[in-house]
Design a protein around this ligand. Structure first.
Ligand SMILES: Cc1ncc(C[n+]2csc(CCOP(=O)(O)OP(=O)(O)O)c2C)c(N)n1
Ligand SMILES: [Mg+2]
Length: 642
């Protein structure tokens, strides 16, 4: 582990934390990017008392806290789950922004630094472009990144894939950089001193390190700088584990030991950390005494409480696009939720996050008094930054873009699901009704894809994500209520571009029934002939079709709005049976793939979906061409029931 020297110096001399209180809010944070470096992190933390030798020996085994790639565990000092390269240092940027956001509101007494560790893989991942650009642009001098530059990656030396000058690249983005011998502890100290003293720019320390430092073969020959030592035990790579342990001063028969002199040194380190934290905590206590109201607010933020809001106060216009209804809600939040940070990947006026932006200002270098982050075009970076914000804690991250580009965000959404982070996604332009923009911009399979996350359980046994697609402006308010009250998992909200007529009898109160995932919008009889179900704007199309079914065929209809299938499936069976009575034929309509609703209509049911890419044309024309009309609902249901 060529990065071990850096980690040792960082954890023992620079990183501020309290080993007796690891969740202390104003601690410095350390975000690992290459999760495969987990042994390095676990061993550094073990020296401070967070892991036992037995836990280290059980590396990667069932039930052990030392998973192959680290999984977030604040109580042990693991600030983030890492493994997908590039996301870890992006989460660090999200944390750094959050630190500035909170310091701007509550004072510099709470400031702290964010350190991150990146490897060749993270430097190469595309997400590093967004992170590097934005950190430089925002002048994030509280962010220090160490690059474990060992010139070796998984299958080749880096020279086989790149000629870039990494220092110049980051300098061009507005970073300060310093290149050092990453295995020289004095040079590491000099670099960290410079990084911490830097007040204008994020700081990149390029540490030239030796892959597999100290590794030797059975006959004692050096086995350093070998591609093969990545990701497998040394012996499997061709080195000798025993000889290497000996070479490094250890005992192969008993490798998991902390030598007494090391234990003694770390006892001193821990005592210093506790003392320093105590001083910062005393400063905090003094501030709290003088600012009791602010302190209570800060506390509610830190505790990740859902904001106490009266959602019925949000005045929605009937017949608007749900993205516009979302903008109305966001305008209310801008005035009533002090810790919400909204971001958009250069679509604020289309995804209607501008409803929030109009009432605040954007983050700028040196000024984080606003609450809006203009991302530029970088959806994956945005989603990973949101994860870092949620991991840091104290804020509610919200990010917006077109639904079709949720594809660009998926790797970070998956991590949010795994880490149980209450990030909110605003996805507008939810269907082919984007119209003239054509098939590149028309989501088809995206809803089915993202709803798979509702079926995937997290380690608490909960749906790893909540996905809501409201059917009118009142349901949109309720969708936002569900999102803000969901403090346990990420929430995706899917909104329409086009106007949608309000559902029959729509009110905010009636729409709160959506909090069960699905509810009856209209019911003609206790024993309907058919149940019609959909989410989003297709519910309105079903309402039109139902009218024709009544008029022309005298059919009794039950219309169901399914804002979230995953949530509906968590309801008790009796409720599910009232909404979707098992014996009644079910017809579903979705502007996405039919599979989006196939599970809900059942094997004998029928779905009218869109099972091909869209086309460029006005959306009203596409409605006709693709059969998303009341008339076609009538035709399809009559045929279905025949
Ligand atoms: C997004 C992503 N793609 C691929 C991988 C598989 N992978 C793990 S480490 C690695 C590259 C290792 O090179 P480097 O980052 O330089 O780490 P080192 O071997 O020097 O420790 C790859 C491709 C991954 N973890 N994440
Ligand atoms: Mg490398």
């Amino acid at each position: 582990m060529g990065g071990a020297d850096f980690i040792q110096v960082l954890f023992s001399e620079y990183l501020n934390y309290d080993p007796t209180d690891r969740t202390w809010f104003n601690r410095d944070r350390f975000f690992l990017d290459p999760g495969h470096m987990s042994p390095m992190l676990y061993s550094a933390l073990a020296l401070t008392g967070a892991y036992s030798m037995e836990e280290l020996a059980n590396f990667r085994q069932w039930g052990s806290p030392t998973a192959g790639h680290p999984e977030v565990d604040f109580a042990r000092g693991v600030e983030n789950t890492s493994g997908p390269l590039g996301q870890g240092h992006t989460m660090a940027l999200g944390a750094a922004i959050t630190e500035r956001f909170l310091a701007a509101r509550f004072g510099e007494w709470m400031n702290h630094n964010i350190f991150t560790f990146i490897s060749d893989g993270g430097i190469q991942e595309e997400i590093s472009q967004g992170t590097g650009r934005l950190a430089g642009h925002l002048g994030m001098s509280n962010l220090v990144m160490f690059f474990d530059s060992n010139d070796i990656q998984l299958s080749t030396p880096t020279g086989d894939v790149t000629v870039e000058d990494t220092a110049k690249k980051y300098e061009a983005w507005g970073w300060a950089t310093m290149t050092i011998d990453g295995n020289d502890q004095d040079q590491i100290r000099q670099a960290l001193d410079a990084a911490i003293a830097e007040t204008e720019k994020p700081f990149l320390i390029i540490g030239k390190t030796v892959m597999g430092k100290g590794a030797v073969t059975a006959d004692g020959a050096s086995f350093e700088k070998q591609v093969s030592t990545h990701g497998q035990p040394l012996s499997a790579a061709g080195a000798s584990t025993d000889e290497t342990i000996k070479n490094l001063g250890g005992d192969p028969a008993n490798p998991f030991v902390i030598y007494p002199e090391v234990a003694e040194a770390y006892a001193k380190v821990n005592a210093q950390k506790i003392e320093l934290a105590a001083a910062k905590k005393a400063e905090q206590a003094e501030w709290e005494k003088q600012n009791p109201e602010l302190a209570a607010t800060l506390n509610s933020y830190i505790n990740n409480e859902a904001p106490a809001l009266d959602f019925s106060q949000i005045e929605q216009k009937a017949g608007t696009a749900t993205r516009a209804a979302s903008a109305t809600a966001l305008g209310y939040f801008a005035e009533n939720v002090g810790n919400m940070i909204v971001m958009s990947a250069d679509l604020a006026n289309s995804d209607k996050t501008d409803g929030f932006l109009k009432k605040t200002t954007v983050f700028k270098k040196g000024n984080f008094s606003g609450a809006f982050l203009q991302m530029g075009v970088a959806e994956l970076t945005m989603a990973a930054i949101a994860n870092g914000m949620a991991l840091h804690g104290g804020v509610i991250p919200v990010c917006g873009t077109f639904f079709v580009f949720s594809d660009y965000m998926k790797p970070a959404i998956r991590m949010a699901g795994l880490m149980k982070l209450p990030v909110k996604y605003i996805w507008t332009h939810d269907a082919f009704r984007v119209g003239e923009d054509g098939p590149t911009h028309q989501p088809i399979e995206q809803e089915a894809q993202i709803r798979l996350m509702e079926k995937l359980k997290n380690h608490d046994g909960d749906n790893s994500m909540l996905v809501v697609r409201p059917a009118d402006s009142n349901e949109t308010t309720v969708a936002w209520k569900m999102a803000l009250e969901n403090t346990k998992t990420p929430t995706g909200m899917i909104f329409s571009r086009q106007n949608i007529a309000n559902l029959p009898g729509s009110t905010y109160e009636k729409a709160t029934a959506a909090e069960k995932g699905a509810y009856i919008v209209e019911k003609d009889s206790e024993q309907p002939d058919v149940v019609l179900l959909a989410s989003g704007s297709e519910v309105g199309t079903l309402v039109e079709g139902a009218q024709l079914l009544r008029e022309r065929k005298g059919l009794k209809v039950q219309i169901v709005s399914v804002i979230s299938e995953g949530l509906f499936r968590n309801q008790d069976v009796a409720y599910q049976e009232t909404v979707l009575p098992a014996a009644t034929p079910r017809f579903g309509m979705t502007a996405g793939l039919s599979v989006t609703l196939e599970g809900l209509v059942g094997f004998n049911g029928k779905v009218w979906g869109l099972n091909h890419f869209g086309y460029s044309a006005p959306y009203t024309v596409l409605d006709e061409k693709f059969g998303f009309t009341g008339e076609n609902v009538f035709n399809q249901v009559v045929e279905f029931l025949a």
